[in-house]
Write a protein that binds this ligand. Sequence first.
Ligand code: NAD
Ligand code: 89V
Length: 339
Amino acid sequence: MKVGVIGCGFFAQNHLHAWRDIDGVDVVALCDNDRSNLVATGKEFKIKRQFTDAIELFDYGDFDIVDIATTVPSHRSLVEMAAQNAKHIICQKPFAESIKDARAMVNAVEATGKTLMVHENFRWQSAVRAVIEELRNGTIGEPFFGRVSFRSGFDVFSGQPYLAEGERFIIEDLGIHILDIARALFGDVARISATKRRINPSIRGEDVATMFLEHKGGTSCIVDCSYATRRQIEAFPESVIEVDGDKGTISLDLGYKMTVQANGQSKTWDLSPPLLPWASKPWHNIQESVRIIQKHFINCLLEGCEPETNGYDNLQTLSLVEAAYLSASEHRTVELEEI
Ligand code: NAD
Ligand code: 89V
């Protein structure tokens, strides 16, 4: 399968390494309107076909999949261009700047019959995935309580300066992943209550958020996120998870330790992710998940099935983000139906 990648910035480097690791996949063209990023990435990955304008990339057109690894303001126009050119699409999160845009984008791709997946990778981190599988296997019975927590003081702004500049920060950028993990565990959400705060005075948006989710299936879940947490052991980018079910509990603790307690027994696994040859700590956990999600996308194309985080699925996660901001600004519980 031939891939055209749009966006050669900070995170696209991981996409490109991951594509190189997947059998039968070949990145044949790159596009970035920043020529220096384009040329440097082309040199690193030995990809000669380079375009500074997505229109030229689509005019070239000899690829099956377009991988959109740009930041969110460009996503709507690029997804619609890809749909017009009948390509399969994998698009970075946040998928769209508004739920209205996201719905239009999903509809545009639907009309082509091609596959659209949002690159929502946190649910594919191997330790997080183990918790999801353990719960889906029924080991602890029906879940009634969950907590998914991400608390860090890591400097994300030096690698991604745009994160300090937006009016919105942690819910839209990172909370979106943690809310998506909650959905992967407990299904869709009926209502949400949220608070948010900015602790770091040198950024514009909120860097702390605490959310309470009432899932349609009956589970109550707390999702809490912080980039203002100073601890001696920096946890970036680990998520901590607790799930109580009617037959037992599952926890994923710092250090990638998963413990399952059920049937009077307790078992703990070390689920530390591997350090892939092209990865570096502390990002290796995320980097591994990039390879796993991109493999999932390719498998779905080969088998003709829908990716787990297809466009329709991601509308639910994006709605949760919107609902969290609405709840925090109006100090009230928001029904997801309102979004
Ligand atoms: P970046 O700014 O470093 O790179 C984006 C690149 O896209 C830049 O080189 C820019 O010139 C190019 N670009 C923008 N608009 C374009 C257009 N219309 N046509 C062609 N090129 C265009 O950003 P980044 O940090 O790499 O983030 C990219 C995306 O990845 C964001 O949406 C971010 O949220 C996401 N991200 C995800 C994770 C994760 O773990 N899932 C981690 C980091 C970033
Ligand atoms: O995963 C992300 O989307 C990143 C980070 C981990 C820094 O929040 O932006």
